[in-house]
Design a protein around this ligand. Structure first.
Ligand code: SF4
Length: 231
């Protein structure tokens, strides 16, 4: 589903958020296109349609906000598909902004280059599903690439978070505990974020409302876990 455009890679811009990058005042650049097809994806237009904003326009937008914002979130879609991402991050950094990246982890080499060049400050990495369900959830056989990204980040000094979106008809408590066991065995040192799926009408796979009720008491709490959007 990728086919990323080089000229206008950004689908839209959220001018201001305090929620997406903790303790930061940020803008979000939503990159068009993604190489996965998660059924619960609530950005189907961003995944399927073309971008309309150039990086030049995005940088102009940022230059007018120097002193009012301190950071940018590069999200999508999958921002690591954009072939000139390193150059773009360098230009954002030159304006004095910090950068957070949201990624599905399918491009470990790009992540490694961004970290080594100190072009990013924080990553939110999606752990979509355990190995046994990875293709079912994402439509891709990319667990090994995701795994490389995860291992690299654990070995690096970069602050990052692992998060999973939980739709209870797609993933079970056992699946989540398999993920937690894997994170523990890899010595993941931070909090694990479990995000409850919130139903919206328009998703990539026309996802229905969750029918199963999961008992989060059954989660393996050996690892620090933060639940998001659970009642
Ligand atoms: S939820 Fe899945 S399909 Fe949607 S942007 Fe993220 S990785 Fe791509």
């Amino acid at each position: 589903m990728s086919n990323v455009t080089v000229n206008n890679p950004i689908y839209s811009i959220t001018p201001f958020t305090t929620l997406d990058y903790p303790e930061h005042l940020a803008s979000i650049f939503w990159f068009a296109k993604c190489n996965m097809a998660c059924p619960y994806c609530y950005n189907p237009r961003i995944v399927k349609e073309k971008g309309s904003i150039s990086t030049h326009e995005a940088l102009e937008f940022l230059s007018r906000r120097i002193g009012r914002l301190d950071s940018v979130v590069l999200s999508g879609g999958e921002c690591t598909l954009y072939p000139l991402l390193e150059d773009f991050c360098a230009e954002i950094k030159a304006l004095g902004f910090q950068i957070k990246i949201d990624t599905n982890g399918s491009n470990p080499q790009i992540i490694q280059r961004l970290v080594e060049q100190k072009l990013i400050d924080y990553i939110a990495l999606d752990y979509k599903a355990p190995y046994s369900k990875y293709k079912t959830i994402t439509s891709r056989n990319d667990f090994e690439l995701f795994s490389q990204t995860l291992d690299y980040l654990i070995a690096s000094n970069l602050a990052f978070e692992i998060r999973t979106t939980l739709h209870s008809d797609l993933l079970t408590i056992n699946d989540i505990n398999t993920i937690i066991d894997d994170l523990i065995s890899r010595h993941y040192p931070y909090t694990y974020y479990l995000q409850n799926y919130l139903h919206v009408e328009e998703t990539l796979g026309q996802t229905k409302m969750q029918q199963n009720i999961l008992n989060t008491q059954l989660l393996n709490h050996t690892l620090p876990i933060e639940l998001r959007n659970f009642r």
